[in-house]
Design a protein around this ligand. Structure first.
Ligand SMILES: NC(=O)C1=CN([C@@H]2O[C@H](COP(=O)(O)OP(=O)(O)OC[C@H]3O[C@@H](n4cnc5c(N)ncnc54)[C@H](O)[C@@H]3O)[C@@H](O)[C@H]2O)C=CC1
Ligand SMILES: NCC(=O)COP(=O)(O)O
Length: 337
């Protein structure tokens, strides 16, 4: 790769903090340090976001990525919708704002698939707004996996100190145990191993696998999912990846602490909040959500739309900047292979 990676950022839900975070991120000196970002979004919404943040930024409309100038002080914007500046009311999504945010995602995915950008970085969207706009998908992960025809994919939340990968994602807690099977866990560990090598440049990954039950079942006293499902899954994953260190199911109350101390490169978690609670305790302001297993590179903020503080210019752009930097890193690692 001779040029810095080309990143398509999506503005996110116009009723949330995405537009103002994009404006602040484009203004940051980090934005053009080793990457070339442009925004896929709505022109009027982004002009309003620049106004309310007060950043000295010109929104420059482009009709094709080749027209982007990637210059500090300028936000190259590929428009995909025609909202008015009165739309995007904090916390009040409409069919039109929902459709606009979905169009940003599908357009940027298509650009990545056709090779017009190296990675996409998605701004936060609200799942109720997705539904309101008629989408069959809960969030980015499922929508992007479908559009890229990825058969095996996973949500990783990544930071310098802790990376967690989720076996199950957005399902009711009572469904988790039904969905956990040995093959599903093996595949997830295997995808984690491959991704740590290919996307993060870790040659010999050390993967911790969290148990499901208190104390990882305590030899069957508190549940048998560890011995019945997770131990056999770990054995198969070890056979597939002899280059990796893969732990037995570990007590969930201590595995994250050990990972933050540097003993593991990633923790495989059985359900959403098992991984996201410790992750956000450590990385709320600089954590990144990235989807493993896609044919394209996709990162995102680790937080949501924050409707409660949207359009007030108080939200932190730290996670978005980290997501941009991690997208660029993954793009460089992929090219280096
Ligand atoms: N990457 C994405 O698109 C993500 C989307 N979501 C979705 O976002 C919607 C809202 O989710 P919530 O559970 O309310 O979580 P949230 O992250 O939007 O908000 C939780 C709390 O954190 C605060 N917060 C969030 N981001 C912040 C920032 N950058 N700076 C300062 N404070 C911040 C909010 O003000 C709120 O008090 C849901 O539909 C959820 O599924 C959630 C996580 C990631
Ligand atoms: N908990 C993370 C989250 O909800 C983000 O989902 P997605 O939009 O990245 O699929």
């Amino acid at each position: 790769m001779t040029q810095p990676p080309l990143l398509a950022l999506t503005m996110g839900d116009p009723c949330g903090i995405g537009p103002e975070l994009s404006a602040k991120a484009f203004h940051s000196p980090r934005a053009y340090n080793g990457m070339r970002p442009f925004l896929v979004g709505d022109e009027e919404i982004m002009k309003k976001a620049v106004e309310i943040t007060g950043v000295p930024l010109t929104v420059r409309r482009i009709d094709d990525v080749t027209e982007a100038v990637f210059t500090p002080g300028i936000m190259d914007l590929l428009p995909v919708s025609s909202l008015t500046r009165d739309e995007g009311v904090p916390g009040s999504p409409t069919v039109r704002t929902g459709q606009a945010m979905i169009e940003c995602i599908t357009r940027s995915v298509d650009l990545a698939l056709e090779g017009s950008c190296d990675a996409i970085v998605t701004g936060p969207i609200h799942k109720v707004a997705m539904k309101l706009a008629g989408s069959e998908f809960h969030g980015h992960t499922e929508l992007i996996a479908s559009r890229t025809r990825a058969s095996e994919y996973a949500m990783m939340m990544a930071g310098d100190r802790l990376k967690v990968v989720l076996v199950t994602i957005h399902i009711p807690l009572r469904q988790v145990i039904d969905d956990l099977t040995s093959p599903v866990i093996t595949n997830l560990i295997s995808l984690t191993a491959r991704s740590l090598k290919e996307r993060f440049g870790i040659g010999t990954p050390r993967i911790a696998v969290a148990g499901l039950n208190p104390h990882a079942g305590e030899e069957g006293l508190f549940g048998d999912e560890e011995s019945r499902l997770i131990v056999p899954a770990v054995s198969k994953a070890r056979a597939l990846h002899p280059e990796c260190t893969i732990s037995d199911p570990m007590p969930p109350d201590t595995v994250f602490f050990k990972a933050t101390e540097g003993h593991f490169d990633a923790v495989v978690c059985m359900y959403h909040d098992q991984g996201l609670i410790p992750f956000k305790m450590v990385h709320f302001h600089d954590g990144v959500n990235t989807t493993l297993g896609l044919p394209i590179i996709r990162t995102s903020v680790d937080h949501g739309t924050a409707y409660d503080i949207a359009w007030q210019n108080i939200a932190s752009e730290g996670s978005l900047l980290s997501a941009m930097e991690m997208a660029a890193l993954q793009a460089r690692n992929r090219t280096a292979r």
